[in-house]
Ligand binder design. Structure first.
Ligand SMILES: [Zn+2]
Length: 275
């Protein structure tokens, strides 16, 4: 990636219709650079539709990523739920690849009371199977695990980075709002720099050239994330975050997931370019 691009998680609110095609066109009209396709309720787009999405995105100069379904748990205690989760991730990857997306991102697992280390090993095993299958299919999409916002959810920065280091093709979905909400910390310029340095140390400097970032305002409590908020209604230090991203010259996609979507994406982009 040549620079840091800003965009929305899903079709912008001001788009003519809710369709991904109109969403992509609206992103370009707004002067934003990217959009995340939301397959969160299931992958509902077919192969023909995906090819059309790729065509329009290329025409409009909009970069894409895709968010996998919420119904995924690679640490489920029933084998059929694991297999269904793997299938959902594979289907997301296949359609995303046809859409021309460079990354997919999803919520990998819940601990369900298991020790984190045991959960890690289980997630690693089933994720490795997914990656082998994608390699067989010559699908080169980045498979990114999202950093999660609740202590009950698998996906600390360290857990995700360890998986990235162990399995080729696995990347980090660096959700700064989630990282902050998980325990109320990680919310200063030096914290953001520390996280980015850690990514560089563990995965090499090319990881900072190819970041996938989620940002939004966030409400949180003892159990971590409660809900997403607009940036100005939350305590997330987004200007410091943007400064850290700029100072370390991070490149890639910044996907805004605030309720106000494009308004906050434009705000982030404007501040970033003014720094
Ligand atoms: Zn997510």
């Amino acid at each position: 990636m040549e620079k840091l691009l800003f965009g929305t998680g899903g079709t912008p609110h001001s788009s003519k219709t809710r369709s991904s095609l109109d969403g992509i066109k609206r992103i370009a009209e707004l002067g934003l650079g990217c959009m995340e396709l939301e397959f969160v309720q299931g992958v509902k787009i077919g192969e023909g539709g995906a090819r059309l999405v790729a065509e329009i995105a290329a025409e409009e100069g909009v970069k894409l990523s895709a968010h996998g379904p919420y119904f995924i748990n690679l640490n489920a205690h029933e084998l059929e739920k694991i297999i269904a989760s793997q299938e959902r991730i594979l289907r997301t990857a296949r359609i995303a690849y046809l859409c021309g997306a460079e990354s997919i991102i999803f919520h990998a697992a819940y601990y369900l009371g298991d020790p984190p280390e045991k959960t890690y090993q289980v997630v690693k095993k089933y994720l490795a199977e997914i990656m082998s299958q994608l390699r067989r299919e010559k699908n080169r999409v980045w498979v990114r695990l999202e950093v999660m916002g609740k202590p009950s959810e698998f996906g600390t920065v360290d857990e995700v980075l360890n998986l990235c280091a162990e399995i080729e093709g696995v990347g980090i979905g660096m959700d700064f709002a989630h990282a902050h909400a998980r325990n109320g910390k990680l919310n200063s310029y030096s914290d953001f720099i520390t996280i980015l340095q850690k990514i560089k140390q563990r995965l090499g400097s090319q990881a900072l050239d190819n970041m996938h970032i989620h940002v939004s305002g966030i409400a949180y409590g003892k159990k971590g994330e409660i809900k997403h908020l607009n940036l100005k209604d939350s305590d997330l230090k987004y200007v410091e975050l943007l400064r850290a991203l700029k100072d370390l010259n991070a490149k890639g996609l910044v996907i805004c997931e605030s309720p106000s979507l494009e308004k906050d994406a434009l705000l982030l982009q404007k501040i970033y370019h003014s720094l």
